[in-house]
Design a protein around this ligand. Structure first.
Ligand SMILES: [Zn+2]
Length: 500
C-alpha cells in the first residue's frame, strides 16, 4: 500500500512545520538554552499540527545529537519515527479516558527511559479525560519525575480543568491561511508530478477549513482519481470528484429568486437534497455567485471561471435589481451558512434565506410592518378582545420573549431563527399564540419535535406550562394599513389562516 500524502509529507523537523512560526520559535529557543518544561499544552483546531509538533518535540528531547532540531538519523529519532520507541507513549483520550488508563500510565512513567533522556507522554484530545482521570493526572503533574515530560493536546482547551492548565506551558495553534495552504499544496503537487489549476488549489484550500491535514487528504483523493495525463486538473473536475454542487444549480436558484418564483426555488432545494448535495458548500457557492453578480453589475474587472456561461445570463436578469438589494441577499445567505452547520433539517436554513429573499425583493411593505415593536403587536391583538377575555389573558413581554428565544437557541439554531422571524401575539388561557410570516414557517413551528422544544423552554422560563399555537400574519390587512394611515392598529393582525 502506498503511503498517504499526509504521512509522506508530515514534517519531521521544526523548520518544515507549515505555519505556526510563533510556536516553533519559542520551542526551538527553549531547547537551545536547555529550558525544558515538564508539561506542555498544545491547544487549537484540528489538523493544525499539534501532534506533529509534539512528536518533533519528543524527538528533540531525546535526540542523541543533542541539538534543538532532531537529527532524524540517530537510534532514538529513528525509533520514534517508526513508532517503536519505548520512550514515547501516545494516548488518545477520546478512547482511553478513564482513571484506569491514567493509573496504568503512572505505573509506566516510574521506569527510567530506555534509550533517551526522557519518557515523553502525548495525550491527544486530553479534554475527553474523565474528572477522576484528570485528578490522577494532576498528582503526577504536581510532582513529575525528573525524566517525564507530558504533552497534552486538545481542540477544546476550555474543557481542561484550570488546575491542569496552570501546570502546563500553553501553546495556541492557529488555523492556516488559505495562501499558506495553497503554497503547500502546490509544492506537494509539483513533487508528486501532477498539475492542478490555481483555482483548483484555492478551492481545496477553502474546503479545508484552515487544516493542513484536511487539505492534503483532499489532494490525495484528487490524485488517486488519476485524472491527469500531463494535463492540468480543472476546478470543474475537482468539483465533480468531490460531489460538490454545480454552478448551473446555483444560478438556477438565483434566477428563481430574482423572478420571485418561490415554489420553483423550494422544489430545486428539495431536488438537491435528494441528490445528497453538500448544502454547506452549495450555500457558499450562492454567496460567491451573488458577489460575482454584484461585482459585474458595478462594472468591476473580474477574473472568474471561464466555464460560467450562466453568469452573463443571470446578470441580465439582475438588471432591474439594485446593487444594495443584491448585497442584502448575499448577507441573507451568509447568515444561513452558520445555521446549516447546526440545523437538523439540512435544507431549512436555505429555505429560510429564500423566503426572506422574497420579502426583501418584492414585499418590503410586509417587512417594515412586521418589524414593529413586539409589545405593539400584543396590544393590537389584545384590543380586539372583550374585557372579560382580557382579564383572563396575559400579554407576552418582549424581554421574556427574548429569554425564551435564547433558551431555544442552544437546542436548535434553525428553530431559533424561525421564531425570531415570528411574533408572539398573545397568551390565551394556556396557549401562547405566535404569528408567522409564511405558511411553511408556521408548519415547521408546529412540527411535533419543535413544539416540544418550545413548550419545554416556555415552562422553564415562565414557570408555567403553555401550549403553542401559530397563525399567519394577515398580509392583506397590513397592506391596507399602509395605504390608510387612519386604520386603527387593532386590525393589524387577523387570526384566520391564509395561504401565501
Ligand atoms: Zn536524533
Amino acid at each position: 500500500m502506498s503511503l498517504s500524502l499526509y504521512r509522506k509529507y508530515r514534517p519531521q523537523k521544526f523548520k518544515d512545520v507549515h505555519s505556526q512560526d510563533h510556536i516553533k520559535k519559542v520551542l526551538v529557543s527553549a531547547l537551545e538554552s536547555g529550558r525544558i518544561s515538564h508539561a506542555y499544552l498544545f491547544a487549537g483546531p484540528k489538523g493544525t499540527g499539534k501532534t506533529t509538533v509534539a512528536r518533533i518535540l519528543a524527538k528533540a528531547f531525546n535526540c542523541q545529537k543533542g541539538k534543538a532540531e532532531p537529527c532524524n538519523k540517530c537510534q532514538s529519532c529513528v525509533e520514534i519515527i517508526s513508532g517503536k520507541s519505548l520512550d514515547l507513549i501516545e494516548i488518545d483520550a477520546a478512547s482511553n479516558r478513564g482513571i484506569d488508563e491514567v493509573r496504568e500510565l503512572r505505573e509506566k512513567v516510574k521506569f527510567a527511559p530506555s534509550l533517551g533522556k526522557y519518557k515523553v507522554i502525548i495525550i491527544d484530545e486530553c479534554h475527553m479525560l474523565t474528572r477522576e482521570a484528570f485528578n490522577a493526572l494532576l498528582k503526577t503533574l504536581e510532582e513529575p519525575p525528573a525524566h517525564v515530560i507530558f504533552i497534552l493536546a486538545t481542540t477544546e482547551a476550555h474543557k481542561v480543568p484550570a488546575t491542569i492548565l496552570s501546570r502546563c506551558q500553553q501553546f495556541d495553534f492557529k488555523r492556516a491561511k488559505i495562501k499558506e495552504i495553497v503554497q503547500l499544496l502546490s509544492k506537494i503537487a509539483k513533487e508528486e508530478d501532477f498539475k492542478i489549476s490555481s483555482e483548483g488549489l484555492n478551492l481545496i484550500a477553502s474546503l479545508s477549513d484552515g487544516a493542513f491535514r484536511d487539505a492534503i487528504s483532499i489532494l490525495d483523493q484528487i490524485k488517486s482519481l488519476n485524472l491527469t495525463q500531463n494535463k492540468e486538473i480543472s476546478v470543474k473536475e475537482i468539483r465533480a470528484a468531490l460531489g460538490l454542487g454545480k454552478w448551473e444549480s446555483v444560478y438556477q436558484l438565483i434566477g428563481y429568486i430574482f423572478q420571485s418564483k418561490q415554489d420553483k426555488s423550494f422544489d430545486l432545494i428539495e431536488e438537491l437534497f435528494v441528490q445528497g448535495i453538500d448544502f454547506l458548500n452549495f450555500n457558499q457557492m450562492v454567496v460567491s455567485a451573488l458577489r460575482r453578480i454584484l461585482l459585474l453589475k458595478m462594472g468591476a474587472q473580474t477574473n472568474f471561471e471561464q466555464e460560467d456561461e450562466n453568469l452573463t445570463e443571470i446578470v441580465k436578469k439582475a438588471q432591474a435589481i439594485a446593487p444594495d438589494k443584491i448585497l442584502a441577499l448575499a448577507n441573507l445567505f451568509l447568515e444561513s451558512q452558520s445555521q446549516i452547520k447546526t440545523s437538523f433539517i439540512l435544507q431549512l436554513p436555505l429555505e429560510l434565506a429564500i423566503a426572506k429573499s422574497q420579502l426583501l425583493l418584492g414585499q418590503d411593505i410586509l417587512k417594515v410592518t412586521a418589524n414593529k415593536e413586539t409589545s405593539n403587536i400584543s396590544d393590537a391583538a389584545a384590543d380586539r378582545k372583550t374585557p372579560y377575555q382580557k382579564a383572563t389573558e396575559q400579554n407576552i413581554n418582549p424581554v421574556l420573549w427574548e429569554k425564551i428565544l435564547n433558551g431555544i437557541k442552544p437546542h436548535n439554531h434553525s428553530l431559533f431563527a424561525l421564531l425570531k422571524d415570528a411574533k408572539p401575539v398573545i397568551i390565551e388561557e394556556n396557549k401562547l399564540v405566535l404569528a408567522a410570516q409564511f405558511k411553511f414557517h408556521k408548519e415547521k413551528i408546529l412540527q411535533h419535535q419543535n413544539r416540544v422544544i418550545i413548550e419545554q423552554t416556555l415552562s422553564q422560563v415562565l414557570g408555567r406550562d403553555l401550549l403553542i399555537d401559530c397563525i399567519l400574519l394577515d398580509k392583506e390587512k397590513i397592506k391596507q394599513e399602509e395605504e390608510d394611515m387612519l386604520l386603527s392598529a387593532k386590525d393589524l393582525f387577523g387570526v384566520e389562516e391564509q395561504d401565501e
